[in-house]
Design a protein around this ligand. Structure first.
Ligand SMILES: NC(=O)c1ccc[n+]([C@@H]2O[C@H](COP(=O)([O-])OP(=O)(O)OC[C@H]3O[C@@H](n4cnc5c(N)ncnc54)[C@H](OP(=O)(O)O)[C@@H]3O)[C@@H](O)[C@H]2O)c1
Length: 445
């Protein structure tokens, strides 16, 4: 492993040098253990502690298959799916691995008594499998997390429609929170040259998701002048949605839960910011009934920022807690685009406001390769920036996941894998210098 790291740190090792390096038989990885699936049984979600379920283990290097690559991972990040996996909610991810394992002898590799998590990476290609021409050892890359088989016609207009679509490092094994990861090479993208390893690793999953959900025609298809209500605007997804709204000539109306988070939105350039805690919204009167007066109060607040206009798009992901309000405040003909249900997936809303006002609810999930490429391209051009706030070591991944679970983080939380320290991997200092303030906007807040 040290030889691999030395080659990467030298910054001048050739493809032949990398191809000549011996691969280790095992590597360190953040894992869940299948025999601990029930460890939190009976506990409330908030009491389930990722520090107890996430382990740092030495695991065997998986066999490399056709169309795949082994990547030396310099840095990764924590996504909310790491939290879901680590608390075994809403289901244990070992069920995903078992199902994937039944598909073919090659996918059987994923069905193991441990699950290496992680759906982001920045690193260097070590080996490519048969049939790979576009990538070679030594390429500095980031990876998006869409894993597809594409044997069915269904996925050939939009790869997200592949019946065998999975999220790498969540529904597959050998993820990015490790020293080495196994990916399909159609997950690879060039690493933005002006970013450090940990900065480059952090946008991947959430940036691609926000791009499809808000910008792509497969999502809300945002246009100039749209008013976009963004829940959790300083969080993982929201911090990219806010940037897309600003960069695309729309007006983000950012919802956050503290003055610090409001400050971050201001630093991104947003002006319309609602602190949901300070306003004290109670959309649910009790467990079964919502309070339409609170929807109205929220809608009136939005209109204060928009000169009386309602929102064209709601960027939804909190789910049950907010969905009724989201449907209500959307303008006639507008779109509620949802990719998650953090607070509960059994939503309730008043359908009269949907059909009578011809609104649309659009489901969105991750992104296809092209959308992930576009999202990464915007980062590489310095038009969209990483939102990294804090960086942990691989050993501290449990704590990193706990921070996200408890909503104590801002933007994205990074994890150093092989990288011995922060700040390495920048290949274009000039572009970096142009954007340094924006790149650091989420740091130390
Ligand atoms: N389908 C996909 O492809 C996809 C991709 C990425 C993420 N996701 C899902 O999307 C969700 C958010 O992910 P993320 O990475 O953005 O997480 P995150 O970094 O935790 O950000 C979510 C933000 O939502 C806000 N929020 C949380 N609970 C809320 C509630 N009850 N009411 C209103 N706002 C609430 C919080 O902001 P404030 O406290 O400041 O309001 C929080 O910071 C997760 O469930 C994740 O699994 C889905």
């Amino acid at each position: 492993m040290q030889e691999i790291l030395d080659a990467i740190l030298s910054g001048n090792a050739t493809s032949a040098d990398y191809a000549g390096l011996a691969l280790p038989e095992s590597y360190r990885a953040v894992t869940l253990h299948k025999d601990e699936e029930q460890m939190f049984a009976g506990l409330a979600s908030r009491d389930k502690d990722p520090r107890k379920s996430l382990h740092l283990d030495e695991v065997p290097l998986p066999e490399l298959g056709p169309g795949e690559a082994l990547v030396a991972v310099m840095a990764s990040s924590v996504n909310y799916n790491t939290v879901w996996s680590s608390i075994f909610e809403p289901v244990s991810t070992f069920g995903f691995l078992e199902r994937y394992g039944r598909l073919s002898p090659l996918t059987k590799r994923h069905d193991l008594p441990y699950h290496v998590l992680g759906s982001d990476l920045a690193g260097v290609v070590l080996r490519t499998g048969a049939g790979v021409n576009a990538w070679k050892p030594g390429d500095e890359v980031v990876a998006h997390c869409l894993s597809v088989e594409l044997e069915s016609p269904d996925g050939h207009n939009d790869t997200m429609m592949d019946p065998e679509q999975r999220i790498w490092g969540f529904e597959t094994n050998f993820g990015g929170l490790a020293q080495i990861a196994l990916v399909k090479t159609n997950q690879l993208l060039p690493k933005p040259k002006h970013l450090t390893w940990e900065e480059a690793a952090s946008p991947g999953l959430v940036n691609s998701t926000a791009y499809r959900q808000l910008v792509s025609r497969n999502g809300a298809g945002m246009k100039q002048g749209d008013n976009v209500l963004i829940w959790g605007a300083s969080g993982g997804l929201g911090s990219y949605a806010t940037q897309y709204a600003l960069a695309g000539g729309a007006t983000p109306i950012c919802v956050v839960s503290s003055p610090q988070k409001a400050e971050i939105c201001r630093a991104m350039g947003a002006e319309a910011i609602i602190d949901r805690n300070a306003e004290g919204y109670r959309f649910w009167k009790d467990e079964h009934n919502q309070d339409p007066r609170e929807w109205k109060r929220f809608g009136a607040k939005i209109r204060e920022f928009t000169g009386g206009e309602d929102v064209d798009i709601v960027f939804e992901h909190p789910g049950r807690e907010t969905f009724g309000a989201s449907v209500y405040v959307t303008r006639k003909g507008g779109t509620i685009v949802t990719c998650a249900s953090t607070s509960g997936y059994m939503h309730q809303y008043d359908n009269r406001y949907l059909w009578m006002s011809l609104k649309r609810i659009v489901g969105s999930h991750f992104a296809n390769y092209r959308e992930a490429f576009e999202a990464n391209r915007l980062v590489a051009k310095g038009k969209i920036h990483p939102t990294l706030s804090k960086v942990y070591s691989l050993e501290e991944t449990g704590q990193a996941a706990l921070d996200v679970h408890q909503n104590r983080h801002q933007g994205k939380v990074g994890v150093l894998c092989l990288a011995p320290q922060e700040g390495l991997g920048v290949r274009d200092q000039e572009l970096r210098a142009q954007h340094l303030t924006k790149i650091n906007a989420f740091r130390d807040i």
